[in-house]
Write a protein that binds this ligand. Sequence first.
Ligand code: HH2
Length: 291
Amino acid sequence: MAAPAVATDSSEWTVPGTGIRLDRPAVLGVLNLTPDSFSDGGKYADAVEALEKAEEMVRDGADLIDVGGESTRPGARGVDAAEEWRRVGPVVERLALQGIPVSVDTMKAEVARRAVDFGAAVLNDVSGLRHDPDLADVAAEAGSGLILMHMRGTPRTMQSDVDYDDLVGQVRDGLRRSMEIARERGCSAGQIVVDPGIGFGKSAVGNLELIAGIGRLLELGRPVLVGPSRKSFIGALLDVPVEERLEGTIAACLSALERGARLFRVHDVRAVRRALDVAWAIQSSGTRQST
Ligand code: HH2
């Protein structure tokens, strides 16, 4: 069993076997092995093509490859654990064997357990442990990284109610509850990263407020991840289809970086990595001057 991460500082996330230190922004490259994901569904149905894509993203500067076998786009139907594992298992195993750090995007403890047994370093739960709290037991035992995302309802229902009295405050409180579940199940604080869940039960304007309000999520004391990549709020703002949302994705990532986000889940790794590196260099040079 890997030793649990011990960091408790919001700028540290020490995940065994990944080398991720958050002394620069971390990029998670999205690899959806689903027929129905909103922007890359059906593209990597074949394990060989999926591996090639993962290797390309690593060359382009991804720190982690986030492998998913169940679409969470609004209205998506879930799949059972056996089908989800059939989609992701061979790819998780081969990436881990090649020493490529893998995160698995799953809400199911059963899939999570198999994934860490096959070498996955991080579990990414878009339900923030609400769907299957046993997933936290898997993370606690394995000492894996644990991304806890905020979502209201389920992917099938989440867009039916996008009104909040205090969106950022309610998201922060929901994430705090997810963190409590993780801690009750034996995870250390240092394993956890929080994510406001852009596009998950939020309006287009709400997504903008969430990015603008990242500073309030830092109150949770853990690193913040954002996943704005190609999402519909960018389409709504610019009136562009999914394949023309790269500039909007970069703008959202840089804006989030400036407000304190440190991890970025994106499809277009090369472009986002370059943009983040430049923005980070500027931000760090300012810090050097003022100290
Ligand atoms: N967004 C998606 C899926 N997983 N995980 C985290 N932590 N944060 C996110 O914002 C996030 C996520 C949705 O994007 P995508 O994987 O491209 O689409 P789909 O759910 O249709 O597979």
